[in-house]
Design a protein around this ligand. Structure first.
Ligand code: 13P
Ligand code: SF4
Length: 360
């Protein structure tokens, strides 16, 4: 089933109406005055966002930050959000694991999830009593769309008795059909902690193959992939390194095993950010989504980022305008059937608990 048919046409944005209502309530014209008034925020992204562009964003940032207080809302933003979102309005930022843990600590009544739909579902599953808003319901994920709960049962029938470890990049229904979840930050540790010789990993075949290379378990996988990370090739990376031998290549484990084999470090988006902060290489190529380098460029002026990168079309559906609209209109609410949410919560909470225990 396509993502669009799953969320329903009613959930889709009427952009013309959104713009006319916002124009009636807020002064959103580009403003150097607003840019000057928010120079401290701009300073976190000045290397990648020119002041002229900031004059376009600043009125939205001011309006959203005000509205967050009025609505008792908190913004959870993934590392792939653009800098004006990541630095301008987010209360918590991180990779999927950190955002899931952060969601368990929220005290505000409303969560605005700046990321993709499965992340908002995870926040809702962990906060059934809070309102979770998604600024654009069409922000899906190729991995989440690649598998259904029935497919999980097919895998169980193929490998009887094997536990199912499901990547968080999936729908709540798929999580509920699984034994435990994992993220790119803990996949190897979770797989290794399962009982038995064989573990089923869904839905990312490349994450599973990368885990299989390092695990003592036999790993069976589903045929899903990330449309962003699968575009990178080992040949391209080798050619890049040949032309610039000093560059450090840092990859996400959704890349193919051939690409991961070329990398100096492989980790979750949070792991990548930590690695660059710790090692401060003179030149780094982040083999992942484009906003990652933009978001850390100002904190690391000594690092030159090589920019061949790929954009996630789903993550890029989230914009300041849509965030303001979701908070203004309180639309884009994410709901999860309570019975499904119970099953999915068990798999997500089991991951969080095991992750904490394994970290000591
Ligand atoms: P992380 O958990 O590493 O942030 O990855 C999420 C994702 O969607 C990467 O494409
Ligand atoms: Fe999904 Fe890939 Fe986009 Fe991450 S980058 S949200 S895995 S499509």
């Amino acid at each position: 089933m396509s993502f669009r048919s799953r969320v329903g046409d009613d959930a889709l944005l009427d952009v013309t109406n959104m713009r006319s209502v916002l124009a009636d309530h807020y002064d959103l014209a580009p403003s150097m005055e607003a840019a000057e008034a928010t120079r401290d925020i701009h300073a976190r992204m000045a290397r990648v966002v020119p002041l002229a562009d900031w004059a376009v964003y600043a009125p939205y940032v001011i309006a959203i930050n005000r509205l967050k207080k009025e609505r008792d809302a908190v913004v959870l933003a993934h590392n792939y959000m653009t800098p004006e979102i990541f630095h301008g309005i987010a209360d918590r930022v991180g990779d999927s694991l950190k955002l899931a843990i952060d969601a368990t600590e929220v005290e505000a009544s409303v969560i605005v999830q700046c990321g993709v739909h499965f992340m908002a579902e995870t926040s809702k599953i962990l906060n059934p009593g809070r309102t979770v808003l998604m600024p654009d319901m069409e922000a899906g994920c190729s991995l989440a769309e690649s598998i259904t709960a029935a497919d999980v049962e097919t895998m169980r029938a193929r490998y009887p008795g094997a536990p199912v470890v499901t990547y968080v990049n999936t729908t709540a229904e798929v999580k509920a059909a699984s034994d435990i979840c994992c993220t790119s930050a803990n996949a190897l540790q979770i797989v290794n902690a399962m009982e038995g010789d064989t573990v089923i990993m869904t839905p990312d075949k490349y994450l599973a193959q990368n885990v299989a290379r390092e695990s003592h378990k036999r790993v069976a996988w589903w045929d899903g992939s990330c449309i962003v990370h699968e575009l990178y090739t080992a040949e391209d990376l080798r050619a890049y390194r040949d032309s610039d031998p000093e560059v450090k290549i840092i990859a996400h484990p959704e890349c193919t095993p051939d690409v991961v084999a070329e990398a100096d470090y492989t980790g979750s988006t949070g792991g990548i950010i930590d690695w660059v902060h710790r090692h401060k290489p003179g030149k780094a190529m982040l083999v992942t989504e484009c906003s990652m380098a933009s978001n850390i460029a100002d904190a690391l002026p000594e690092v030159e980022f090589a920019r061949p990168c790929n954009m996630c079309p789903y993550m890029k559906k989230i914009s300041l305008e849509k965030i303001l609209w979701s908070l203004h209109s309180m639309t884009g609410e994410v709901t999860v059937d309570p019975a499904v949410a119970d099953g999915a919560r068990r798999a997500v909470q089991r991951m969080i608990d095991l992750s904490r225990k394994l970290q000591g």
